[in-house]
Ligand binder design. Structure first.
Ligand code: 4AD
Ligand code: MG
Length: 431
């Protein structure tokens, strides 16, 4: 009896018979031999059907199998250095579960709009499959990183009564006759949780009604947001660089096949080891000005600026001490120079831009009240947040890492819409 297994576990069964439950990805034939490209979700493998070695009925049946038909294949596993996976299957039997109709995604080139319209099918193809497997690895690495360090996972609400990050860019919903919003960040709730559990992280979808059509923006994206009591600006950067190193090294270790499928040059990723370089916002402005950029202190970086700054380094770089006026109300001003905040953005190499935004938070009651007033934020709705400064307030810090931008960087792909199973962008809510 053949063992039922999956393609990713096939190395354990060399020279043994196995059964794989999957789909026909592609097929070619040379008369007496048919080559079936089989996928089962865990990987891709070539099945070889030799006319003289199988039942004539099975050989004929294989000819009728169309692209993406579901099939159960039994065969003997052979080690083969030429195969991308290192293995091949000498097919002995093929059972057809369902013959697929003519498949819309052929193996030739298609336009991006067509592929995005068929995203539900596109994710079956090797490159998209590799991207989403890497996404899964990053997800797991993040959870392992925090749990190994005793962080507690807390889930902030997705429906919020007020803006959590800025007043624009909100998706408004009708909450039984009251205005409510889809959350832009879980941070404020994570701060409450940090005062209850010490070290916490939230990891969930966030929503921004940004009308930007760039290759770095989604309207629904996932963010991991740690928040830590008794941690200051320095401690905050330390955990960020440790986490990013951990994620990158895990993907390099466990997703070699997928990185190869994506033709990702991994040399730059190997270098991602803590500590990371830092530059202050003020020095970054000088750097840009010295290199011919029209840029004033107080301006926000655009993609060309971020890319230029990142190119000065081999690793991700922290840009620290942004102008207080540019950043969110909750960021702690630097006591030595209140014009700038004790926060940083982490810029990925190779033009992938900002992957993390974070800061120490204001813990002083009067200062947070003053900031809310300055930003004209409705105090009543933030009462609970102000309470955190009334009852046992401590210096605390946190940050948010954008999952999709991290996936894009590690995969080396040019557009963020391919880094999430079903992207939500300015012009797309289908499928
Ligand atoms: O810098 P942001 O806006 O920071 C916050 O929301 C903080 N409250 C996080 C915190 O301190 N807990 O967003 C954090 C990260 C960015 O660095 C970026 O990686 C990602 O979220 N991001 C987006 N990713 C995809 N599409 C968008 N529209 C994004 N906006 C932000
Ligand atoms: Mg930011």
């Amino acid at each position: 009896m053949a063992v039922v297994t999956t393609i990713e576990r096939i190395s354990k069964y060399v020279d043994q018979d196995v059964t794989i439950k999957g789909w026909l990805f592609n097929k070619r034939s040379s008369g007496k031999i048919q080559f079936l490209q089989i996928r089962d979700g865990s990987g891709f493998i070539q099945g070889v059907v030799v006319k003289n070695d199988v039942d004539p009925e099975i050989f004929e049946r294989c000819k009728t199998i169309t692209q993406e038909s579901s099939i159960v294949v039994t065969g003997c596993v052979r080690a083969d250095d030429r195969a991308p996976s290192g293995f091949e299957l000498t097919v002995k039997d093929v059972e057809v579960v369902a013959i697929a109709q003519e498949y819309p995604i052929s193996l030739k080139e298609h336009g991006t709009d067509f592929l995005m319209d068929h995203r539900h099918l596109w994710i079956r193809t090797p490159k998209q499959h590799a991207v989403l497997r890497i996404r899964d690895e990053i997800n797991r690495a993040i959870r392992d990183f925090f749990h190994e360090r005793d962080f507690v996972l807390v889930e902030p609400p997705i429906i919020t009564p007020a803006s959590c990050e800025g007043t624009t860019e909100l998706f408004e919903i009708d909450y039984f006759g009251q205005n409510a919003y889809l959350s832009q960040t879980g941070q404020l709730y994570a701060e409450a949780a940090a005062m209850a559990f010490g070290k916490v992280y939230s990891f969930g979808p966030t929503f921004r009604a940004e009308k930007s059509k760039t290759r770095k923006h989604l309207n629904e994206f996932w963010m991991v947001e740690p928040e830590m009591a008794y941690v200051d600006f320095e401690g905050n950067l330390k955990i960020q660089e440790d986490m990013v190193e951990y994620i990158v090294q895990r993907v390099l270790e466990n997703r070699k096949m997928e990185l190869k499928t994506l033709e990702r040059n991994t040399e730059s990723l190997e270098k991602v080891k803590a500590p990371f370089p830092r530059i202050t916002y003020t020095d970054a402005v000088k750097l840009l000005q010295d290199n011919g950029f029209q840029f004033e202190w107080g301006d926000d970086f655009g993609a060309p600026h971020e890319t230029f700054i990142a190119e000065q380094y081999e690793k991700p770089v922290f840009i620290t001490h942004f102008p207080t006026k540019m950043k969110a109300f909750y960021m702690q001003p630097d006591p030595d120079n209140p014009e700038v905040i004790l926060g940083a953005d982490l810029i990925a190499p190779e033009g992938y831009g900002e992957i993390i935004g974070g800061s120490q938070r204001i813990h002083d009651l009067d200062l947070i009240l003053h900031k809310l007033e300055e930003e004209k934020l409705p105090k009543e709705i933030y009462e609970w947040y102000i309470d955190l400064r009334r009852y046992g307030s401590v210096p605390h810090s946190g940050y948010g890492l954008g999952l999709e931008r991290t996936v894009a960087w590690l995969c080396g792909i040019d557009h963020i819409r391919q880094t999430i199973p079903f992207a939500r962008t300015l012009n797309r809510v289908y499928p």
